[in-house]
Design a binder for this molecule. Structure first.
Ligand SMILES: [Zn+2]
Length: 412
């Protein structure tokens, strides 16, 4: 099998897809189910059909592009990513995994390889949370992580329900039909830009992901007592912001105390009420984001935030309420997929680095229904979600080559 990736064609397609955007070049904005997203989908499906592949869509708009294997009854080998982009984003996030996946399949066909298992390119709906406030909508539903009933309650920024929005975009059918049975895929691999600086810094062309971190997010409401900043004496105060200050530091020390590099915690929002220079804060709302690759370790930090809150509330005579907004479980990549990726790197004489995915991806949810792995390529300065996001043609081609080799090994 002589595998050859057509890098100029792949780069030209990345550029062409980037031109289907609601932002001025080089920025890309492509929000799910907008006319621009639909135009991009039509463009993509036409390219897939041109390559001789079979295209199917499900009721939430996930696109399945299949190269039927010699034994179509066997579970498929899947690859894919997303083409939606947050406002003012770049060209490569998600797109490299979709167009790279398509190019990998074309390269395999060109080489004369015939898969026994079908090979399927999967384009996920709404990986980005821009429109519905929840990320990985398509893969959450495919994996049964988000129920159809919960999905139907989602509203977009303009207040329109998911069923209404997808109906207008031309996606009918019951959401119950979205979930894939376990066993649909023999394995799933997502090619993606790293969105971090490690590969570039270490001058290694490929990262084989070992685990995918997942966030838990908390809303914390602290209620104290307000009053005149001059009149209320210090012993009588129940200042909500002073309590919040202690709690923010407890969030930080909770993550530091875990002892693992992968444990991170951030308070990104602090809203103070009433917010006047001469008024004691009576209420503070915080948001906290706690991430880890290890579920128990992450949940231990959540436990520490909870008990620190109880202690602060008692000492300062304020009330502290924590509301868990979201808590996805992290994933470990399947050793079988990791090994196959490593073999493919070795076969082509390419160095690779074991790496943790600190952002989360559709693969986090695919890992619940299939042995899953991810392959990272470097991106300049680690930049992502901004117009100057960049991956070189050489790196994209290398990632695509290793992806093709991996798909072949798993599909034969
Ligand atoms: Zn992405």
């Amino acid at each position: 099998m002589k595998l050859e990736v057509d890098a100029p064609r792949l780069v030209a397609e990345i550029e062409a897809l980037a031109a289907i955007s609601d932002a001025e070049a080089p920025a890309v904005t492509r929000i799910v189910f907008t006319p621009t997203d639909l135009k991009a989908r039509t463009w993509l499906k036409a390219h897939c059909e041109e390559a001789g592949l079979t295209v199917r869509q499900d009721p939430i708009g996930n696109i399945f592009v299949r190269w039927i294997g010699s034994d179509p009854a066997l579970p498929a080998v899947g690859t894919g990513s997303h083409i939606d982009a947050i406002p003012n984003a770049g060209k490569y996030d998600g797109v490299v995994g979709v167009l790279g996946g398509l190019e990998a399949i074309r390269a395999l066909r060109q080489s004369g390889f015939r898969p026994q298992h079908s090979i399927e390119l999967l384009v996920f709906t709404s990986e980005e949370p821009t429109r519905f406030g929840i990320g990985c909508l398509g893969s959450r539903m495919l994996s049964g992580t988000l129920s159809p009933a919960a999905a139907r309650k989602l509203k977009d920024n303009a207040g329109a329900g998911l069923d209404e929005v997808r109906g207008q975009a031309g996606f009918g059918g019951e959401l119950e039909a979205v979930r894939l049975p376990t066993g649909h895929y023999k394995a799933f691999i997502e090619l993606h830009i790293e969105q971090g600086p490690l590969l570039e810094r270490r001058k290694v062309p490929l990262g084989v992901v070992t685990s995918i971190a997942a966030p838990a997010s908390l809303r914390i409401v602290i209620e104290g007592a307000g009053g005149h900043a001059g009149a209320v004496l210090m012993p009588d105060r129940r200042d909500a912001l002073c309590a919040a200050a202690e709690l923010i530091l407890a969030v930080e020390s909770g993550a530091r105390a875990s002892g693992a590099d992968d444990t991170v915690a951030t308070v990104g929002i602090c809203e103070v009420f009433p917010g006047a220079i001469n008024s004691i804060p009576s209420q503070v709302r915080l948001s906290a984001d706690v991430r880890d690759t290890h579920l128990q370790r992450r949940d231990a930090v959540l436990g520490e935030i909870e008990s620190a809150g109880q202690d602060i509330a008692r000492r300062r005579q304020v009330s502290i309420r924590n509301e868990l907004l979201n808590a996805d479980a992290p994933a470990t990549c399947a050793p079988m997929v990791v090994e196959t990726l490593l073999d493919a790197c070795r076969k082509h004489g390419l160095a690779s680095l074991p790496i943790v995915s600190r952002a989360y991806h559709d693969s986090l949810f695919m890992s619940r229904i299939a042995p899953t792995g991810m392959l990272f390529i470097p991106c300049r300065n680690g930049y992502s979600h901004r117009p100057d996001e960049y991956a070189s043609p050489e790196d994209i081609a290398r990632g695509t080559l290793v992806l093709a080799e991996t798909l072949a090994a798993l599909a034969q």
